[in-house]
Design a protein around this ligand. Structure first.
Ligand code: M6R
Length: 365
């Protein structure tokens, strides 16, 4: 039931504060500020030389964000690939490694094929799934559930932010197991996690302002999304969301790649959405924005208050997000990206919940 919402996607975006809270309660003991997962893991993070991840679509982008987290917090190298490539890559794998799969439905054919490949390679199999009765869950040694509840909209929203929440909790857990973060750091990260529902609620309050920006976006043919670090996978996710439901052509790029090709596309007809909280990479992204502005590109900047204050570009529309700890920024900044795609598609009158040509779960290759 959609209740007072026009679409399931809208309802599911608004459920995010609750479902993230619910999911986190499974992984974090907020009283002690420690990660705790009730079940015993069939592998030890301390023994791993590498994690191989694989997933499709939005779940893949969650994995790309997590690569940055695992490498930073737990110093474990992470290999990640889309499942349709991974399954045929014949990746060499040392026995006893960890293979981690991310899937809302738990039924995606390519992801399942990767799981079976990794099983044959003697890997520990873990999966982050929303449907715990699914095939991927059944074939895993360890299941890390997202407690997002049923996701009906074809465009994944609440499953994505719950996947990110679980992945961050796991990266913290891995960091502690490997001694690469201290107990104090664990506490400050779990403190940040505990504030997520509040920040997500604040982000949702920006919905009407974002709807106003969507008017311009609904009239264009192409959009470029840029971001650095964990904002790079968010840029790709933003582009995917927009193309899925509005059918506007969109591309997500690492901001540093702008000069290596996509800058040739910039003119006044192709807006550039820049995802850039005021983190250590902000200044570099600002110089990319200047390059866009110098070519008459229209910018929509998604940033926080201090990022907005530092930005001197005149012709730039800004979405101001709450100021949040860097580590959780990708989860909070997923919201404006979802909302922008949603409002654009809504204005265009597309079938938001059942976009053309798409299925909720891709069970054939
Ligand atoms: O069920 P899964 O998470 O395995 O599905 C993966 C992708 O098919 C899915 O994320 C797809 O890209 C969504 N439509 C994105 O909004």
């Amino acid at each position: 039931e959609k209740g007072n919402y026009k679409h399931f996607m809208e309802k599911e975006m608004h459920e995010q504060p609750e479902v993230i809270q619910h999911t986190l309660a499974h992984y974090v003991d907020f009283a002690s500020g420690k990660i705790r997962f009730k079940e015993k893991l069939p592998f030890d993070f301390a023994d791993l030389n590498r994690i191989a991840m694989s997933a499709c679509g939005t779940a893949y982008y969650a994995g790309v964000v997590a690569k940055y987290w695992f490498e930073k917090l737990a110093r474990i190298p992470v290999e990640i690939d889309v499942a349709s490539e991974f399954r045929y890559r014949e990746m060499p794998m040392e026995k006893g490694g960890l293979a981690l799969f991310i899937s809302q439905s738990g039924e995606t054919a390519d992801t399942l094929a990767c799981l079976r490949y990794c099983r044959a390679q003697g890997q520990h199999i873990a999966s982050i799934v929303n449907v715990t009765e699914s095939t991927i869950a059944r074939e895993s040694d360890a299941i890390f559930p997202t407690l997002a509840g049923p996701e009906i909209g074809v465009a994944s929203t609440k499953a994505f932010t719950c996947q990110l929440s679980v992945l961050l909790a796991l990266a913290i857990m891995a960091g502690r197991a490997r001694g690469t973060i201290t107990e104090q750091e664990e506490q400050s990260y779990t403190q940040a996690l505990s504030e997520l529902p509040k920040f997500i609620r604040q982000a949702l309050k920006g919905s009407d302002d974002i709807a106003a920006l969507a008017h311009d976006l609904s009239k264009v043919k192409h959009v470029l999304y840029l971001g650095r670090g964990t904002n790079f996978p968010l840029a790709m996710e933003g582009a995917l969301k927009l193309k899925e439901i509005s059918y506007i052509h969109a591309e997500g790029y690492a901001a540093g790649e702008l000069k290596h090709g996509p800058i040739a596309l910039i003119d006044e007809t192709m807006p550039v959405v820049v995802i850039a909280p005021d983190d250590p990479s902000y200044e570099k992204t600002v110089s990319n924005m200047q390059e866009v502005a110098a070519r008459d590109g229209k910018i929509i900047l998604i940033t926080d208050q201090s990022g907005a204050d530092k930005n001197a570009l005149e012709d730039c529309q800004t979405i101001v997000m709450p100021t949040v700890p860097d580590i959780i920024a990708p989860i909070v900044f997923a919201l404006p990206v979802q909302l922008l795609a949603y409002h654009t598609a809504n204005l265009m009158g597309t079938d938001v919940d059942q976009p053309r040509n798409l299925a909720k779960s891709v069970t054939v290759e």
